[in-house]
Design a protein around this ligand. Structure first.
Ligand SMILES: *Cc1c(COP(=O)(O)O)cnc(C)c1O
Length: 435
């Protein structure tokens, strides 16, 4: 035993190894120490030759100290909630990185005085939806709804259709969220049908607002009826419309998805939405609408608790003003182009001895949006055994298992990431050739 002990490289010697010392300077000593300790343990167990300890520790280090690993989304689900929803555009990433230092987020560099916070992001949103008299930003859409309910309906009633009381995922239910503000939900209509008269009968002196929630993650068909915003706007009380996905204008591929401009045109007083779904930006809640209610939301003490940070403000401004983000590009991709890319990629893989075949695929919007919409796509099918080694790779690759094969759907892989995808599959092939 003492023999083995002696052969385990010493911690200080490993930490002094130039590459590991450089990594410690970049990532911090904690992560490097942990990787070194793991490598030493493997040497102790006889699973690693002592002279390979430094290499093993180095290989086990994360790319960054952020604790999140980079993933290539080859699932064909455009807005994948578990993969962080929208991937930011290069412009937004650059803006975010630049904002990470000391910035003028609340400072006017011309006058040297304090300024409004995040004015550029707010201006970018206002430019994108000129119909909105005013805009405000919150931590996410759920926060926007909490703020609206608190400011406009605390101790009063929110009138909402029984067909729109949705669970948005991970057990979070909008009715519970709204009730947590001290507003009372006044449910009207039935699961499948709600009429204007149902709303009208429920409205009274206690009404804070009528809420319309886009049932974004499910669809009802058959004997159904819902009341459009244009009709709700005739009721004489404020109308708040949670459109969910953050489309600012109608999208030709998503005819059933409401958009902010259309909802305001129809008469909504406030529209709330997420920034990291179809808008393709950072996690943020968008509030757009008439000046008076927006200003009331902005002025409430809770607005401070729900405000967004400088990184988000920078990323949102760049998403709105910069080139189309990956989600928008993925939505717009031509099936024929995707098929050509799949054929090329499968060819490169086959030439390297990987069992790979281009196949037709069906991509989805995801993120609880447009559940009915199927986007024609193309994928490379590889044996299912590739799934685990690909998830372990750097970057990790997550595909979609289908009929005993792993599909790597190219609609969600930007063309610029294709070399990285190819390299990842080849690396997985080398690590588990049976794959
Ligand atoms: C996604 C969604 C939400 C929640 O938005 P977050 O930005 O995740 O808080 C609320 N309402 C609808 C209709 C949604 O689709």
């Amino acid at each position: 035993m003492s023999d083995v002990r002696r052969r385990v490289p010493r911690t200080d010697a490993l930490l002094a190894e130039p590459r590991l010392a450089a990594a410690a300077a970049r990532l911090g000593r904690t992560l490097v120490r942990a990787a070194v300790a793991d490598a030493q343990q493997r040497v102790r167990e006889g699973a690693l030759p002592p002279e390979e300890a430094a290499d093993a520790a180095l290989a086990a280090l994360p790319e960054t100290a952020g604790g999140l690993r980079e993933v290539l989304n080859a699932t064909g689900v455009l807005v994948h909630t578990n993969l962080g929803r929208a991937a930011l555009s290069a412009a937004a990433r650059e803006a975010l990185l630049a904002a990470a230092g000391t910035t003028d987020v609340e400072f006017d560099l011309t006058t040297g005085r304090r300024s409004g916070r995040g004015t550029e992001a707010l201006a970018a949103l206002a430019e994108a939806v000129p119909r909105a008299e005013a805009v405000h930003l919150t931590n996410n859409n759920a926060a926007a709804l909490v703020l609206a309910a608190t400011v406009l309906a605390q101790g009063r009633e929110i009138v909402v259709s029984r067909g729109e009381l949705v669970e948005i995922g991970a057990g979070f239910r909008l009715p519970d969220l709204l009730a947590s503000t001290g507003a009372r939900l006044r449910e009207v209509g039935t699961t499948n049908r709600t009429h204007l008269a149902d709303y009208a009968a429920a409205i009274g002196p206690d009404t804070g607002f009528v809420l319309k929630i886009h049932p974004s993650n499910f669809a009802t068909t058959g004997f159904v009826a819902a009341v459009p915003v244009a009709q709700l706007a005739t009721l004489g009380v404020p109308v708040v419309h949670d459109i969910g996905s953050g489309l600012l204008r109608p999208h030709p591929a998503l005819p059933a998805e409401p958009d902010a401009d259309g909802s305001l045109a129809a008469g909504a007083d406030l529209v709330t939405a997420s920034g990291d779904k179809l808008l393709g930006g950072p996690q943020v809640g968008l509030v757009l609408g008439r000046r008076e209610p927006v200003e009331r939301l902005r002025g409430h003490p809770l607005a401070r608790a729900l405000r967004v940070d400088k990184l988000t403000l920078a990323a949102l401004a760049a998403t709105l003003r910069g080139p189309a983000p990956p989600v928008a590009r993925a939505l717009a991709a031509e099936p024929a182009e995707l098929a050509a890319r799949a054929a090329r990629l499968a060819g490169s893989l086959a030439a390297a001895g990987v069992v790979a075949e281009p196949v037709a695929s069906e991509a989805r919007v995801g993120g609880g949006g447009a559940p009915e919409v199927v986007l024609a796509s193309a994928a490379v099918a590889v044996p299912a055994g590739f799934a685990a080694p690909l998830r372990a790779g750097r970057p990790a690759v997550v595909g979609r298992l289908h009929a005993d094969r792993l599909l790597l759907d190219l609609r969600t892989v930007p063309a610029a990431d294709e070399p990285a995808l190819l390299a990842a599959v080849l690396a997985a092939h080398r690590s588990a050739p049976a794959g």
